[in-house]
Design a protein around this ligand. Structure first.
Ligand SMILES: [Fe+2]
Ligand SMILES: [Fe+2]
Length: 149
């Protein structure tokens, strides 16, 4: 059984969540009025908990950064059409890259989170796989009215 460092995960997540540019996600709604920042926080925490539950050794920093920035596209739900589903991971990556220097793994976490919809953007690590699954799980829970996990 592997034990990831909860401290490291929380520290990286908290640092990112204090960044004023990242906090802009608070202004945009995601599911049922939940802000995008809350959604990304939920996905980060859920992915980390899944890793703990499965006993998977993961990179705590990469999963926190990739998950928190996976929907960093900065526009409201009302402005979205079907193309949004396919395009927003790349847009999130572009915004994230303007602020941070991201590892290859972190970039793939962001771009592959809509897989299998984005057929070619395949999750290439345990971290990306967990974020891709946690995103769907959190979206469903948030649509049912759950806010922050
Ligand atoms: Fe997304
Ligand atoms: Fe998402």
């Amino acid at each position: 059984m592997y034990h990831n460092s909860t401290n490291r995960f929380c520290r990286v997540l908290a640092t990112l969540e204090r960044n004023p540019q990242v906090r802009r996600m608070e202004q945009y709604t995601q599911h049922k009025g939940n802000s995008t920042l809350h959604h990304c926080h939920n996905v980060a925490v859920t992915s980390f908990r899944m890793a703990q539950r499965l006993g998977w050794r993961i990179d705590e920093s990469a999963i926190a950064r990739g998950a928190l920035l996976h929907d960093f596209h900065l526009y409201t739900r009302e402005k979205r059409d079907w193309k949004h589903l396919f395009r927003h991971p790349r847009l999130a990556l572009r915004n994230a890259e303007q602020l941070f220097s991201l590892s290859k793994k972190e970039k793939n976490i962001i771009t592959s989170h809509m897989w299998p919809l984005t057929v070619l953007a395949v999750p290439r690590s345990k971290e990306a796989l967990l974020v891709m699954l946690a995103d769907k799980y959190c979206a469903l829970r948030e649509m049912r009215g759950h806010r922050r996990f």
